[in-house]
Design a protein around this ligand. Structure first.
Ligand code: SF4
Length: 385
């Protein structure tokens, strides 16, 4: 297909595709799916080989959020039966992180629900970062605490944070439809603050909230412009008890086309499959490894993922290898950061929540695959890692 040849050439040169080309990827038929995956896979392997980076989520503070993000099980008024607890102590968070690192993760993502941290919260998280780094010198720590005020990114950086996550989630034009308590511009501002403080920026999207193909392309092009080092792609998990509970729109094929489009637009950036991987890609997860070079190990913020052991087996069976702490994730030219030429879930979270729209409709909603997290951080039960 001419389109795919063009996109591979551009991806290898880090050249931005046109919007029409990105839209055309989303419009390809299921008959062409393997060709699309193979083409985007060439771009993935060129920049990231067959390495898969494992990331591990620690939910420092769960639920009880005053914000109203429609997709989020932790939102104001959510009736989802999730775990609710306030800040984990540094030693509790460090213990949770250790389980993920022992399971093969090289990055720990410290996430807290809420609009944004107070200065006291930044102190708490700084103590947690130090506790984790004392135990694990090589670990990458990403904080995801919501909207940042002036100076907070710098303080997190000084405490040893390597990265900051704040997702754009959806296009600017539809942002007001999913959240009213903060704006798209607020989110852009926080990603810029993280960048300016020397943190590796992580910012991504949630597919499956009823958005159009144009919306998806808009948000991915906006991300390219913001120049993050990592782009988490969430597939909405339509939690019962949230406004988007009925948004079961995604198919595994649609998810693969979205990941391929993201890879073509952000060829040399860490593309991470985030929340909803098991729920929407299901048995097609191994194909998605040909597109993304990063996944979350184990459980998500408020829902359970497949067993960590199953993640590791899937990666090995598909012919990929877990990226070690001695391997650098990003290509050399991106040492200073940035998507293309040039970084959850909520105001906060990457993989908290996130399922999709358009394209072919999903058959039956797979509500049986959504399990609220009952183990790990904030509980007395062993974590999944
Ligand atoms: S995404 Fe974050 S800010 Fe939005 S409701 Fe959920 S926890 Fe709150």
């Amino acid at each position: 297909m001419d389109l795919l040849n063009t996109l591979v050439d551009k991806g290898l040169r880090r050249e931005t595709p046109t919007r029409a080309e990105a839209l055309a990827v989303l419009a390809t038929s299921d008959d062409d799916l393997l060709e699309v995956v193979a083409a985007a896979g060439k771009v993935r392997r060129h920049w990231f080989g067959r390495r898969v980076k494992l990331n591990y989520l620690v939910n420092l503070k769960s639920g009880l959020c005053p914000e109203d993000c429609s997709y989020c099980s932790q939102r104001l008024g959510s009736e989802a039966g999730i775990l609710k607890y306030t800040w984990l102590k540094p030693d509790q968070a460090s213990q949770a992180a250790a389980a993920g690192l022992a399971g093969g993760a090289k990055r720990v993502c410290l996430v807290a629900s809420g609009r944004g941290p107070t200065d006291r919260d930044v102190d708490r998280v700084s103590d947690t970062i130090k506790a984790i780094k004392e135990q694990n010198e090589d670990v990458e720590v990403c904080a995801c605490l919501g909207l940042l005020s002036d100076g907070q990114a710098e303080r997190l950086r000084e405490a040893g944070a390597d990265a900051y996550n704040h997702n754009l989630n959806t296009s600017e034009s539809t942002y007001g439809d999913i959240t009213t308590t903060h704006t798209y511009a607020d989110r852009v501002d926080t990603v810029r603050k993280a960048h300016a403080a020397g943190l590796s920026a992580c910012s991504g999207l949630i597919a499956g909230m009823g958005e159009s193909d144009e919306d998806l392309v808009d948000v991915v092009f906006s991300l390219r412009e913001l120049d993050p080092d990592s782009v988490p792609v969430n597939f909405l998990i339509p939690f019962e008890g949230t406004p988007l509970a009925k948004e079961w729109n995604l198919t595994p094929q649609r998810c693969l086309r979205i990941l391929a489009m993201v890879r073509f637009v952000c060829p040399d950036v860490e593309v991470r499959i985030a929340g909803g991987r098991e729920v929407h890609l299901r048995t097609m997860q191994p194909l998605a490894l040909h597109l993304a070079n990063s996944v979350f190990l184990g459980d998500y913020l408020t829902s359970e993922g497949q067993a960590g052991k199953a993640d590791l087996e899937m990666i090995a069976d598909a012919g990929f290898e877990v990226e070690g702490t001695d391997q650098v994730t990003l290509p050399e030219h991106r040492a200073g950061g940035g998507c293309g030429s040039g970084e959850g879930g909520g105001v906060c979270g990457p993989a908290a929540t996130a399922a999709g729209s358009c394209g072919s409709a999903a058959e039956e909603p797979r509500t049986d695959l959504v399990a609220v997290r009952r183990r790990g951080a904030g509980t007395d039960l062993a974590p999944n890692a």
